[in-house]
Write a protein that binds this ligand. Structure first.
Ligand code: C5P
Length: 216
């Protein structure tokens, strides 16, 4: 079984999906983390397309969810913290626009969901990756609120970061993610829309859990 949550950056998808996974005792899949991992390889390749392509083919990427955290490793070495830097955030939408990168990430995800019950979150899961998902949500919130949440989440690990930088990065990513040719950010026609601007975290989690219990 697969439940998907799509939506723009900072709309509350990740924290909500993790809490729902814990409550319902199911697996959690963070597709953005996989695009960020591909972006690390792109930066490691010094943005050389050929080398990047080779690294994507050659390196083994593994991931799992435990203790409230989605862990990712390249060749067994954890990159869980490194994928959250502002440098990765600056390049990720550009890297994620490449069809071969999308294919690579989609294959990684489709491979694992065959083996369990998952709640997965991203941008195109309900429209492109899992169009037959058992239940689809689309989370949104206004930009000021999304920037504030992302800033609060990141500032301890990135003391140099400013709220304005976060807001600008989110706006740029939203624009690129919504306008790319391959599988842009879009609400699936059969997704349940959840606007989280005025919802507390607990309310978001309860709303999603209620819908899941009612419909499945
Ligand atoms: O969810 P997160 O903000 O970590 O995602 C990072 C980036 O990965 C997004 O801005 C987007 O460019 C890309 N992404 C995507 N498709 C997904 C998930 C993330 O293109 N399904």
């Amino acid at each position: 079984m697969i439940i998907v949550i799509d939506g723009p950056a900072g709309s509350g998808k990740s924290s909500t999906a993790r809490a729902v996974a814990d409550k319902l005792d199911i697996e959690y899949l963070d597709s953005g983390a996989l695009y960020r991992t591909a972006t690390l390889l792109y930066l490691e390749a010094d943005r050389n397309e050929e080398l990047f392509f080779k690294l994507l083919q050659d390196k083994t990427i593994t991931f799992h969810y435990s203790n409230g955290c989605f862990h990712v490793a390249i060749e067994g070495e954890s990159v869980t913290s490194r994928i959250r830097t502002i440098e990765v955030a600056e390049y990720v939408s550009e890297v994620a626009a490449r069809p071969h990168v999308r294919q690579f990430v989609n294959d990684l995800m489709r491979d694992v969901v065959d083996r369990g019950t998952y709640i997965a979150e991203g941008r195109d899961l309900g429209t492109a990756v899992f169009p037959d998902a058992d239940l689809k949500f689309y989370m949104s919130a206004d930009i000021e609120e999304r920037a504030r949440r992302r800033y609060e989440e990141r500032k301890t690990d990135n003391p140099e970061l400013t709220l304005e930088q976060v807001k600008q990065n989110i706006e740029e990513r939203d624009h690129k993610d919504s306008n790319r040719e391959t599988d842009p950010l879009k609400k699936a026609v059969d997704a349940i829309e959840v606007d989280t601007t005025n919802l507390s975290f607990e309310q978001q989690v309860d709303k999603i859990c209620l819908e899941i219990r009612e419909r499945l």
